[in-house]
Design a protein around this ligand. Structure first.
Ligand SMILES: [Fe+2]
Length: 254
């Protein structure tokens, strides 16, 4: 292990030892913790448990990045979303449940230059909070890739996603319940926005009407990511501007 790894792991062990002393932990409590850690592994829930820390890593990694704020990727991204044709609309079932939603916007460089041919890879839950690929929903449902025009503009039709719970039947759910925490995330649309010569922006947009904006179990909501759709006729609509950070120039060797 490199020196930094040694430092971080060493500090983690010191903090755990200090916590045991500070809380005067008993043998019984130690054994409960031990069994929980074993249960998480046996249930295959380590990705879920560790996802609860992704927000802290994301904030740290991007704290000095120019352009729009992003947030966590989350566990439901699939790389092979369908490439959509104009006019853009996420694949859905006939009579898909949920309010119709029109998302329009632009993709710009951090300095405001429109990005022609930027790609938005979009995925979201249905109105019941289910993701295709991780449920019985048809493959590719409510997922798709679209491209901006010469002015960096795009328009995408979809439905308002539902709030949903992270899996909470297993040991992670037991931990949340024991702490008095709920397993809900507010309704959101995920996207990775990418363009040549720019850092990809991994983000989520949150509906202002959704519950759990203030107590998202994943701690991934930021004010700049909350959108305020207005009703136009039979649908809701909002506009959003994504600003991407130019790739940092490589530091010359030596
Ligand atoms: Fe999500």
């Amino acid at each position: 292990m490199n020196n930094r790894g040694e430092q971080v792991i060493g500090e983690l062990f010191r903090r755990i030892n200090t916590l045991i002393a500070d809380y005067d932990l008993t043998y019984d409590e130690y054994q409960v913790a031990q069994q929980w850690l074993i249960d998480v592994g046996q249930a295959g829930e380590w990705p879920l448990a560790l996802a609860l820390f992704e927000h802290a890593v994301e904030q740290q990694a991007h704290k000095d990045r120019a352009g729009s704020q992003g947030t966590i990727l989350g566990p439901f991204y699939l790389p092979d979303s369908p490439v959509l044709d104009l006019p853009y609309e996420l694949p859905h079932r006939p009579g898909e449940k949920g309010d119709k939603l029109l998302m329009t916007g632009r993709v710009l460089s951090a300095d405001g230059t429109p990005l022609d041919g930027a790609v938005l890879d979009v995925w979201q839950a249905d109105a019941d909070g289910l993701y295709s690929g991780f449920s019985d929903l048809p493959a590719g449902l409510l997922r798709g890739k679209l491209t901006t025009d010469t002015q960096g503009r795009f328009a995408l039709r979809t439905i308002v996603p539902g709030a949903f719970t992270i899996p909470h039947e297993g040991p992670v759910g037991r931990l949340l319940a024991a702490c008095g925490w709920h397993p809900w995330r507010p309704g959101h649309i995920h996207m990775i926005v990418s363009a040549d010569e720019h850092e990809p922006l991994i983000t989520q947009l949150y509906m202002d009407s959704s519950d759990y904006l203030d107590d998202d179990v994943a701690s991934a909501v930021k004010n700049s990511l909350i959108v305020h759709p207005h009703r136009h006729g039979g649908q809701l609509a909002f506009d959003y501007e994504f600003r991407l950070a130019p790739l940092r120039a490589a530091v010359p060797a030596g």
